[in-house]
Design a protein around this ligand. Structure first.
Ligand SMILES: [Zn+2]
Length: 467
């Protein structure tokens, strides 16, 4: 699906994308959250209404650079498409009040900076709008049921962290060159005024440093999205900047916040797919919030003995272990070796109300009797310092549930690829966390606008065909 999506995305014309963006009500809703500027106040006069800056940010998510966006904005064809969208969403008077051509790159550079202090509010509004769009598209439908074995895709979110290459090329090499230059005699060291990107930092991709991840330099963002099986049906629910350095919990902590925020808006969500960044404590928080968490089991986790069952009606004692995320039963072989066999899961169970959910597996023991075992961490576990959620999984890897859900995870990588393919030179096109966040927000707005537009078009065709 991911590749089909990318292939199809390449055939969507830029005019379609701009039309979709300009006729997205989200653009104007987001602009409404911005404080109005008093006439004759300080700063440059703004001949454009604020929604033009939201549109500009969105268009950088189509054209991949501010330069090309400004060129499109001053092009009569694109400007006409924009006016049509404005007329559709705000009425013909607003469209007529627009200047004859769009803003320049300089005007964008000046006015976009005004938006920096408004970013938290804009992001919060974006999350509300994206959740509303998801509901309207029929995703995260809350029917009161919580299917665990084979949940539907539209009720699962997928997320990932992505490091966008820094706009600065080869920082490390440049430093090395400088050093070499300094050694050349009789030549004064010329200090080139080099640009810094305060938004970029060293991050690890493909796992943390100790897991063999490789370092990448650039600004990092974490995103969360939901989709159906139709091509180009993805809705980005959240997009957040991750500061460099690990003191705040990193990608996994942001993932937990984003997912629990999404569930607050979309109580019909059932679960989340993520890569190995999520560990036991993160999964535990998400499980208690009522969610299924599908992510690979960490390599370095050794099998661990669980409390033995001494009360089985078969009157034998069962020696239980956690291994590869699943409950195993150990027996001593004739050779004296310990052999562990995975206990079949008869039924996964979700109990308690959302927010204080408890999770269990009903497993079959070697004697044939069933046994219920808790999967999320209990207060007693905490006292014993037993990280239960690290060792036991709702969907242990290689089970049907895991395979069913984890195949949706590559869609998060497909989003990363689409982002890279959009950005000019496959690099971040802005400096500093705030401006970069604005660009990423613009990308998300443009993506969701296209999804809405294509969905609308398909629905219209459908009803025409039916008529
Ligand atoms: Zn038994």
């Amino acid at each position: 699906m991911a590749t089909a999506d990318q292939g199809l995305a390449a055939t969507v014309l830029e005019t379609t994308r701009v039309r979709a963006l300009a006729s997205s009500p989200d653009v104007y809703e987001l602009a409404r959250t911005l404080p109005s500027r008093p006439e004759g106040g300080p700063g440059r006069p703004n001949q454009f209404p604020d929604f033009v800056w939201v549109l500009f940010a969105g268009m950088t998510g189509i054209f991949g650079s501010a330069r090309k966006t400004a060129a499109a904005m001053t092009d009569p064809v694109y400007w006409h498409l924009i006016r049509e969208g404005v007329a559709r969403c705000l009425g013909p008077a607003e469209a007529l009040a627009l200047p004859p051509r769009g803003p320049s790159r300089n005007q964008w550079n000046y006015h976009s900076r005004r938006l920096h202090t408004q970013l938290p509010r804009m992001q919060e509004t974006f999350r509300d709008l994206a959740a509303a769009q998801a509901l309207a598209a029929g995703y995260a439908h809350d029917d009161g049921h919580h299917p665990i074995a084979l949940p539907p895709r539209e009720r699962f979110v997928v997320g990932d962290g992505t490091v966008v290459a820094s706009p600065l090329r080869k920082t490390a090499t440049r430093k090395a060159k400088k050093k070499r230059k300094a050694k050349t005699p009789d030549q004064p060291v010329r200090r080139r005024k080099s640009r810094r990107d305060p938004g970029a930092g060293w991050h690890y991709e493909g796992g943390e440093e100790e897991d063999g991840g490789h370092p990448v330099f650039g600004p990092k963002f974490v995103h969360l999205s939901v989709r159906g099986d139709r091509p180009l049906s993805r809705i980005i629910l959240d997009m957040r900047y991750q500061p460099p350095g690990g003191g705040y919990g990193g990608e996994a902590a942001i993932a937990v916040t984003m997912t629990t925020d999404a569930v607050r808006r979309l109580p019909g969500l059932l679960g989340v797919c993520w890569d190995g960044a999520l560990r036991g404590k993160h999964r535990d928080t998400l499980m208690k919030a009522g969610l299924q968490v599908v992510s690979p089991q960490h390599d370095g986790i050794q099998p661990r003995r669980l409390d033995p069952i001494t009360t089985c009606p078969c009157s034998r004692q069962h020696d239980l272990w956690a291994q590869d995320g699943a409950v195993h039963e150990a027996e001593i072989l004739d050779t004296g070796d310990l052999h562990r066999t995975r206990c079949p899961i008869l039924r996964p169970e979700r109990r308690g109300r959302t927010g204080r959910t408890r999770w269990y597996h009903l497993i079959r023991l070697s004697c044939g009797n069933a046994h219920r075992i808790r999967l999320d961490t209990t207060p007693d576990d905490t006292r014993r310092e037993f990280n239960r959620a690290e060792h036991l999984r709702q969907h242990p890897p290689d089970t049907d549930g895991y395979i069913h859900c984890y195949r949706w995870r590559p869609d998060a990588e497909s989003l990363n690829a689409q982002l890279d393919a959009t950005l000019w030179n496959r690099r971040m096109i802005a400096y500093g966390a705030a401006q970069q966040t604005l660009i990423m927000l613009g990308f998300a707005i443009a993506q969701n606008a296209l999804t809405r537009h294509l969905h609308q078009r398909a629905t219209d065709h459908g009803s025409q065909a039916a008529a």
